[in-house]
Design a binder for this molecule. Structure first.
Ligand SMILES: [Zn+2]
Length: 201
């Protein structure tokens, strides 16, 4: 890459050079320092390696199961997700961020209905299995259909946790722990920013 191309791609570098009278070596150091961050950001981007289709259970507005079908997975370029979602929902679902506790009124949502994926509208949880965990995040003791979520081992932040995501679009939803109530003993600790509540019709 020529210096001119580098300047076009990275105007900050150009400003840094002017301000500091930087040498080529400094520019190289700048790039060397910043590249790992860019790589790390790209590595957290979700949706890679998804299958073309997945088996999803669908639910009607009254909460009844309407069938199981192979449907195409929902895959979009990162900038399209960014346009579609709020900043918080984008950071949570596409970059595995966690919303602050008690940041959503969904924690106290007690009406009957279905909690769907904010990205692709897949049914994920039912009000019938929602419980008050006291954590400040919407909590459920089971997904509305096991087929609709995927669970993967997550070793981030030095913790061994099980991350939960939407099977159809790979949106990060939250984590599942084994300190939940009966009958499953599971606690699906979800980010409200990854869900949309649809009141029972
Ligand atoms: Zn989804």
């Amino acid at each position: 890459m020529s210096m001119r191309e580098m300047e076009k791609r990275e105007p900050v570098t150009r400003r840094a050079m002017i301000a500091g009278g930087a040498t080529v070596a400094t520019v190289a150091l700048f790039y060397g320092l910043h590249r790992p961050l860019e790589v790390a950001r790209a590595a957290t981007l979700r949706g890679g390696g998804m299958p073309a289709t997945v088996k999803i259970v669908s639910f009607a507005a009254d909460g009844s199961k309407t069938g199981v079908a192979d449907v195409p997975t929902v895959q979009k370029p990162d900038d399209e997700w960014q346009k579609q979602l709020s900043e918080l929902s984008y950071n949570v679902t596409r970059h595995s961020d966690t919303e602050p506790a008690f940041s959503s009124t969904m924690v106290d949502e007690h009406r009957a209905g279905i909690f769907r994926c904010v990205c692709c509208a897949t049914a994920l949880f039912s009000s019938e299995t929602k419980f008050d965990s006291g954590t400040g995040w919407p909590s459920f003791w089971v997904p509305v259909a096991r087929e609709n979520v995927s669970e993967t081992s997550d070793g981030s932040f030095g913790m061994r946790r099980t991350a939960v995501s939407c099977r159809r679009c790979d949106a990060h939803l939250g984590h599942v722990f084994d300190d939940g109530p009966k009958p499953t003993g599971q606690r699906y600790c979800m980010n409200a920013a990854s869900l949309v509540f649809v009141v029972k019709a």
